[in-house]
Design a protein around this ligand. Structure first.
Ligand code: AMP
Length: 280
């Protein structure tokens, strides 16, 4: 496994792989790797013969009052996990390498990114799209892997790839959860025992919504009311949004279409922001 910090070296290495006839997969991450990330790496290995994992805590996708400085960084463990999972290259650039002095171009997707997290984090998806476009240009991956846990991010990246004719196939991996349902997230490590217990209400309320729909409920208001009620029983939880959206456009829907509508939740558990979602 090779670790590359330089942008130019990454571009050259990827070009050599391509000229050598290899199929390349890219798994973009911010590190602090857990089973969610590793499941994407394993998926990538099924399709590509060279897997590149980027580990970059992207300052551009954090708002001014967000947790960029405190975002967990576990470099040594991440490298070990990549090695153990057959990663070929770890790309670990500095912020200065990705955004050198004078950097002034940004990508702004304006539809899919406008609702849900786009409301409370107005510059987030601009940062995500910009860094992903840079990574796509540097690596030119045949396949790129993203997790369903960040459903809106997946939709924004798919849209950008389509709008800009980027020659990569976006593959979305299922959300990996703890045995009790909590979606894995790098931010879970901030949770105390009692915060974690309350956070569990997020996934369990989503599963309850899914079971309502399986029993025939298609009324969005009823589903949202039930989730909001279940979350309101937890005193540490402050809901940012509960919304049912079309899985592709991320626009709010009035009637649930099973298999096409996704319920999305964002909430604060004290000062920790968690998101989760479930296809209905
Ligand atoms: P992050 O390091 O949080 O930026 O995540 C890197 C990638 O891993 C993104 O595509 C995420 O959607 C994905 N990911 C994060 N958590 C999970 C999870 N629990 N299950 C599946 N994929 C995940």
């Amino acid at each position: 496994m090779q670790v590359i910090e330089s942008v130019q070296e990454m571009q050259t290495a990827a070009m050599q792989l391509r000229f050598g006839g290899h199929l390349i997969a890219l798994v973009p991450t911010m590190g602090c790797l857990h089973e969610g990330h590793l499941s994407l790496i394993r998926l990538a290995r099924e399709k590509a013969d060279k897997v590149i994992v980027s580990i970059f805590v992207n300052p551009e996708q954090f708002g001014p009052s967000e947790d960029f400085a405190d975002y967990p960084r576990t470099w040594k463990e991440d490298l070990e996990a990549c090695r153990a999972n057959g990663v070929d290259f770890v790309f670990h650039p500095s912020a200065e390498a990705m955004y050198p002095e004078g950097f002034s171009s940004f990508v702004e997707e304006k539809q899919v990114s406008s609702g849900l997290c786009g409301v409370s984090r107005p510059t987030h998806f601009k940062g995500v799209s910009t860094v992903c476009l840079k990574l796509f240009n540097l690596v030119r991956p045949d396949f790129s892997y993203f997790g369903q846990k960040d459903a809106q991010q997946c939709a924004v990246i798919k849209k950008m790839v389509r709008d800009f004719n980027i020659p990569t196939e976006v593959i979305v991996g299922e959300t990996v959860r703890e045995a009790d349902g909590l979606a894995l997230s790098s931010r879970n490590r901030y949770l105390s025992k009692s915060q974690r217990e309350e956070a569990l209400a997020i996934s369990s309320s989503l599963f309850e919504a899914k079971s309502m729909v399986e029993k025939g409920v298609v009324n969005v208001d009823r589903v949202i009311a039930e989730i909001t009620h279940l979350l309101s029983l937890k005193r540490r939880i402050r809901v940012i949004y509960v919304q049912v959206v079309d899985d592709e456009t991320m626009e709010a829907v009035k009637t649930i279409q099973p298999g096409r509508s996704r319920v999305c939740v964002a909430a604060w558990i004290d000062g920790i922001r968690l998101i989760d979602n479930c296809l209905l």
